[in-house]
Design a protein around this ligand. Sequence first.
Ligand code: 3HC
Length: 407
Amino acid sequence: MYIFKAAVVGAGTMGGEIAQVISFSGLPVVLKDIDEKMLERGMAKAREIYQRRVDKGKMSAGEMQAKMDLITPTLTYEGFEDVDIVIEAVPERMDIKKRVFQELDEVCPEQTIFASNTSALSISEMGAATKRPHKVVGMHFFNPASVMKLVEVIPGLDTSQETVDDVVMFAESLRKIPVVVQECPGFLVNRLLMPYLNEATKALEEGAATATEIDRAVVEWGMPMGPFTLMDMLGLDVCAHVGQYLYSEYGDRMEPARLFEKLVAAGRLGEKTGAGFYDHPGGESEVVYKMIKELQDSGAVRTGTKFSVERLMYPLINEAALCVQEHIASISDIDMAMVAGSGMTYGGERIGPLAIADKIGLDVVVAKLEELAKELGPRFLPSRPLKLRVRAGHLGVKTGKGFHEYA
Ligand code: 3HC
């Protein structure tokens, strides 16, 4: 099915960016919210992205206006009677998402695809709440959606292959790189990023290093931005929510750092509230270190642990190996998704976590994870697919075979 017209429900920053991406490809898109302020914010976000292109000489003011005219803001379901796809980007609560899809069931034609931009929640559960589970699919964009190339396409248990194919083609028409990912909590990229972001926060609250030191070390390692800069951009409420959800689904290895609760309770949600791990503007914040001291003094967190960049990156590699074992995506898709979804590089090359592990040597990664497990706890224990490869002598580039094969 070709997509001629789209709609986005939920006009927060993400909704506005997704509407911009769709209009940029030349398609008309209806942008709906129930809150006029949110709708204005979504339209302002789309305008801001186009304006940056105009300022850089990449587009004329007239072209910008023509693209903006493709976005129709609305507070009702007017315009939904002939849309081919709806992407929901409403708050991350299953009850809200189900309600929105049930409303959409009443106003959209029966062939309309319902896509969810959820960060982690179950697509199958959303599908089951509609009259068209075969048409319900995950379509997960990455922040900033106008820039990041990846779109995860997640079929639920009852999603038809036709729906998956249509959404893959639609994502390509938006100039994105679609990767089909099997349903699991956090899907692929958030499932891999969260242990890394969480470990960065544990290292910070345990006094292993400052936020700036950790961010700098991670950028030197090859990520485009450090974990605290990234989390402040994503929103700490979003990170805390995804973190809690993954903990409830995967158990102890994903137990969230305590600092998240404190920051969210204090309204320090990141760039959007002017303060998160950092002050915006301002950088490092005394308030955060005061919170850390309180956590340490109360005995809620350990103190005196050591920071190393491996402490952050190897749990991500370990989780990627588990995703291979669970067939969440193919080895090359896992690597490609992390490059396109998080901008990961290593040694100047744009390669993903499994190729990075191959370069480092799987035996080296396993030995370091075992050392970290002794020092910091069982969340670091190397996963079976990593150990299996080491036992088989598949150590990576140096033996010609690891996750990938080398000539
Ligand atoms: N919003 C919109 N556009 C932005 C932007 C923003 N916040 N920040 C930068 N850009 C644009 C710039 O205008 C520029 O556009 P151009 O190529 O047309 O000129 C382009 O991005 C590159 O920007 P810069 O050269 O200024 O900046 P960088 O080279 O530092 O790149 C970045 C910025 C692309 C954001 C890069 O730092 C990056 O890739 N960071 C990692 C982001 C990431 O990991 N995202 C995924 C998070 S997980 C997620 O979103 C899932 C969700 O469910 C939680």
